[in-house]
Design a protein around this ligand. Sequence first.
Ligand SMILES: Cc1cc2nc3c(=O)[nH]c(=O)nc-3n(C[C@H](O)[C@H](O)[C@H](O)COP(=O)(O)OP(=O)(O)OC[C@H]3O[C@@H](n4cnc5c(N)ncnc54)[C@H](O)[C@@H]3O)c2cc1C
Length: 396
Amino acid sequence: MQQYHCDVLVVGAGPAGSMTAKTVAELGVDVIFIEEHETPGTPVFCGEGVSKNGIRNAGLEPVAPIVCQEIATARVVAPNGKKIDLHATDWTGYTLDRSEFDKTLAENAVKAGAKLMVKVSATGVIREGDQIVGVKAIKDGEEIEFRAKVVIGADGHWSIIRRSAGLANYFDDWVTCAQYKLSGLDLDDSSINEFWMGSKYAPGGYAWVFPKSKSVANVGIGVRDRHTKPAIEYLKDFIANDPRFRNAKIERKNGGICPVSGTLDRIVMDGLILTGDAAGQLIPMTGAGIHCSIQSGKMAGRAAVEAIRDGDVSEERLSAYRTEFDEYWGKRITEAGKVLYMLDKFSDEDLNVLAEVISNEDIMHMANGLNVASAIASLVKKSPLKLMQLIKVFLR
Ligand SMILES: Cc1cc2nc3c(=O)[nH]c(=O)nc-3n(C[C@H](O)[C@H](O)[C@H](O)COP(=O)(O)OP(=O)(O)OC[C@H]3O[C@@H](n4cnc5c(N)ncnc54)[C@H](O)[C@@H]3O)c2cc1C
């Protein structure tokens, strides 16, 4: 059996994996990253929305072909149709070409010195006692092995690395998504991302319209466990009920899963780090995981290199990664998760009332897990009694 040796083995060439590989390589340490598909970034399972900071933090500029459309406004639509337009002077968004974005991140990791092996599918970790020492994989139908001082599981929400290492089998809560890329549209304003709230559109989640141009948009929905029909049926209904989409051409059908129960309790073991979706690192309110994965990948890469240089890849040593992640991103994930569970108690009618009293800034904060406590405090002051009682759940 063919065996490969390296200091760091990264499984998965999504944003988390490519950023990890690039970081490790830039620090002068020997790294291989493996990807089961032929080209990183293809196929796409994503709404492709990201902030300018997310792109910049990945070491890129928001220019074609990586981005298709600049986004200036986030429009939240309440169940009764009330529209709230959110603008921020310090925020610009983009709709990515996610296949170009992920491909470029992987290419940049290779330029930095990482070795990329595609069409290699990891099948499980190799352990010696409590220590993870490598990964088994399949390439061209043959079993191969990688031996590494640190293994990084960046293989998405269904992570075989996490499950085979005996860490969480799955997440406590997740969003099931269905999405069409539609063409032939004539959008009034392609710089607006729309978020449609309400159980008729998407129970426990939301429906979205993320334009890629005036004539093309990703239109999708995400539902949680209370849905009463398959996700795709909610999407078909949403599209059928909006005259803008009825005669559109479906260019691509996709979907997927977003874990929304927050970062898992255990994402580090002796010789192993999980990063990105594999670790549950998404903002639960929005399902946004690209920016988190980029930042998490950099932290995972640095922690792995420092541990290798110190000759100590124990769980305790590698946990420096978790501490660093939790300081900002982990906190945001936790706070946005609390908002999600608070909103679960709201009926569509309650959401309509909320839309009347909430400020634009508070929506931004609550959706993104930023300054949530002060947003909640200001909301309590403005809310009628019924809403106040629901909001107070958050404070318990
Ligand atoms: C429908 C949908 C819409 C979304 N929209 C947005 C959005 O608009 N904005 C946003 O910020 N986030 C969005 N997300 C979330 C975002 O896509 C993820 O959070 C992000 O991709 C996580 O990056 P990652 O690198 O951790 O994992 P992934 O991007 O999933 O990358 C994992 C990589 O590992 C590879 N892999 C998996 N298993 C193996 C294996 N056994 N061996 C080798 N390789 C393997 C996969 O092929 C993949 O390339 C959306 C998610 C879904 C499902």
